[in-house]
Design a protein around this ligand. Structure first.
Ligand code: IP8
Length: 265
């Protein structure tokens, strides 16, 4: 029996210290692994971001514009290696909580064209889900048919996986409670918006500025924009603050939780 999967994104800003290069937040990783285990979701795909691992190196080697000179090829290797290091910490935590997690490396089964996912091999992932495995993917450097290579954000992955595997819902665990009327890190009076419709999202009605720290894939603005195709297909997305204990757990359980729901309206 197969269920429609839930797609959970663990933001790089949650599982790493984004201000310190190559620094994981082990406490957060451990807590989130525990929340995922406790929630006992029947079908789940986990995607995590790059934080101070992938973004730091992608910026250092200027990888966002694609292949420019041979020195960047080593940058590809280093950036990918950094992501596998972060991923192995996430995997350790998930496995220690007896989650049937299995790594699926995006660069090995996906190709992009001008930075957008062009093709992917779907069969292994489909079979993993049928088997009750929890595929764990991450933002990665991937081969690109026009640019040589590209940075594939976890957010684009989430949206594409949701569409390709007919997800029941998307849960985005970030470092803010959701979307605000203004940037909450700058404006104290900013108010959390509990629900945003597709129309409002497209009109950019609320404050969804890009993040201020190193993020080569566009921060909050990039995140919500990427979700539009999935929301158009009636897949609801919920933004929650994964730095706060129990929010991801409640979201996975379908319980009432502080956050922003994005839906077709
Ligand atoms: O943190 C980016 O993934 P994101 C991954 O989900 C790299 O945007 C390699 C920078």
């Amino acid at each position: 029996m197969s269920f429609k999967p839930t797609i959970l994104k663990l933001g790089g800003s949650v599982i790493t210290d984004k201000k310190k290069p190559l620094t994981p937040n082990l406490q957060a990783i451990e807590r989130l692994a525990n929340e995922i285990a406790q929630a006992k979701v029947s079908s789940l795909i986990v995607v995590h971001g790059g934080g101070s691992f992938g973004h730091y190196l992608a910026k250092q080697y200027n990888l966002t514009e694609g292949y420019g000179d041979p020195s960047q090829v080593f940058g590809f290797s280093e950036t990918h290696r950094a992501m596998t290091k972060l991923n192995s910490l996430v995997m350790e935590a998930l496995i220690s909580h007896r989650i049937n997690a299995v790594v699926v490396q995006p660069s090995s089964f996906m190709v992009t064209k001008a930075g957008r996912i062009q093709s992917m091999e779907k069969k292994p992932l489909k079979r993993m889900l049928d088997m009750g495995l929890v595929p764990v993917l991450y933002g990665d450097v991937v081969l690109d048919s026009e640019m040589g290579f590209a940075i594939l954000s976890g957010d684009q992955l989430v949206s594409s996986l949701a569409l390709n595997f007919a997800a029941s819902r998307i849960i985005m665990g970030g470092d803010v409670d959701g979307l605000y009327t203004k940037d909450p890190k700058v404006t104290k009076s900013a108010k959390l918006v509990r629900r945003v419709t597709l129309e409002e999202l497209k009109a950019q009605k609320h404050d969804i500025e890009g993040s201020k720290v190193t993020d080569v894939t566009g921060g909050m603005l990039g995140k919500v924009r990427e979700l539009i195709p999935a929301i158009e297909h009636n897949i609801q997305a919920l933004l929650v603050n994964a730095t706060k204990p129990q929010r991801v757990y409640k979201a996975l359980r379908g319980e009432k939780v502080i956050g922003t729901i994005l839906d077709r309206g």
